[in-house]
Design a protein around this ligand. Structure first.
Ligand SMILES: Nc1ncnc2c1ncn2[C@@H]1O[C@H](COP(=O)(O)OP(=O)(O)OP(=O)(O)O)[C@@H](O)[C@H]1O
Length: 324
């Protein structure tokens, strides 16, 4: 295993162009991307369609080579040490790709185990373990009769089969119902608790917020920002939000007008007649505004931070959004 705290993934100035058949110009999928993922964490890659997320996963999995730049996984270079990288990763692309419809989950896994060079009793034990881990034990159906969620779990089982140090998950919960997605996230947490590192691409801000230690936002093949989900909110602006409950519209309007004149208040607006929504900005602004409210006898307040989807809209815009 990569030692805790050391980068499990290190990407430097990564560039990947695609030649498009019939067209003269090339598509730049990755445009000088640099990124570092600490071992033992879940790192989210968030970005709209075409941002370059899948291309990055494929390069890290040694399926594609970079046009320029470098990438290391578990300390090994994806080009020079591709074999070493392959022994340490699991790639889960999702969808129907790579699943054998006429086989059961176990038969699919037996096939892949053979592909990984696993054989005999050790392979059988490992298959039992991963089938159990993803909740497919006892399912005798062939894959053609699987739900979307079951297929995703089988994909994950395949990714887990070689007990990877680094697991690359490309939109693993797309199309899953909320219950399956919740169970899937618990499973990812257990994989990380057991010592692996997970890189997860997603359009789903709620997923990134629930699961990721850090999130990188990418767009146009470039890194826009990396931070904790909460830190990204602070990076955008240091604001926090206070919802002030008043006794009625007249009081709400008076409170709004007073707050609006303050330097540490970005905006104050009346919602639903009696609630004033206040956006504050700056260090300790919330504390000062709360003190001013209490001095006026107002104590019904709730303080919240911006959610990741609000940050996403500010940083990237509303392209490719999938806010659930
Ligand atoms: N095989 C290919 N040939 C030509 N262009 C490609 C190829 N694969 C990807 N691209 C282009 O490269 C860019 C990045 O695509 P990529 O699939 O990596 O993005 P993504 O962030 O994973 O998008 P999505 O969320 O839609 O999966 C896009 O402009 C895409 O059209």
């Amino acid at each position: 295993m990569t030692s805790a705290g050391a980068p499990a993934i290190e990407v430097r100035e990564l560039r990947r162009e695609y030649r498009v058949r019939g067209a003269r110009k090339r598509v730049t999928a990755l445009d000088g991307l640099s990124l570092s993922v600490s071992a033992g964490t879940v790192h989210g890659l968030l970005g709209p369609n075409g941002a370059g997320k899948t291309t990055l996963c494929k390069i890290l999995a040694t399926v594609l080579v970079p046009t320029s730049g470098s990438a290391r996984v578990a300390g090994f270079d994806v080009e020079r040490d591709a074999r070493e990288v392959r022994r340490r990763i699991g790639l889960v692309l999702g969808g129907d790709r790579g699943l054998y419809a006429k086989l059961t989950a176990r038969q699919n896994l037996e096939f892949w185990a053979a592909m990984y060079g696993m054989a005999g009793g050790a392979a059988s034990i490992r298959i039992d373990t991963v089938i159990d881990q993803v909740g497919l034990a006892g399912v005798e159906l062939t894959v053609e009769r699987f739900s979307r969620g079951m297929k995703q779990r089988l994909h994950l089982a395949r990714g887990l089969l070689p007990a990877p140090e680094v697991l690359l998950l490309d939109e693993p919960t797309t199309g899953m119902d909320p219950v399956s997605a919740h169970a899937f996230r618990d499973l990812v947490r257990s994989v990380v608790a057991a010592g692996s590192t997970v890189l997860l691409t997603t359009h789903d801000m709620a997923e990134a917020e629930a699961l990721c230690t850090e999130v990188s936002m990418i767009d146009g093949g470039r890194l826009l920002a990396t931070s904790t989900p909460r830190g990204l909110g602070e990076l955008l602006t240091t604001y926090e939000r206070i919802d002030v409950r008043t006794t009625g519209p007249a009081v709400a309007e008076r409170v709004r007008a007073e707050l609006e004149t303050r330097d540490d208040v970005v905006s104050a607006a009346v919602h639903n007649g009696a609630t004033v929504r206040v956006e504050t900005q700056g260090k300790d602004a919330v504390g000062r505004v709360l003190s001013a409210l209490v001095a006026q006898g107002i104590t019904q307040v709730a303080v919240t931070s911006p959610s990741l989807d609000e940050v996403y809209v500010h940083v990237i815009g509303d392209r490719g959004m999938d806010v659930r």
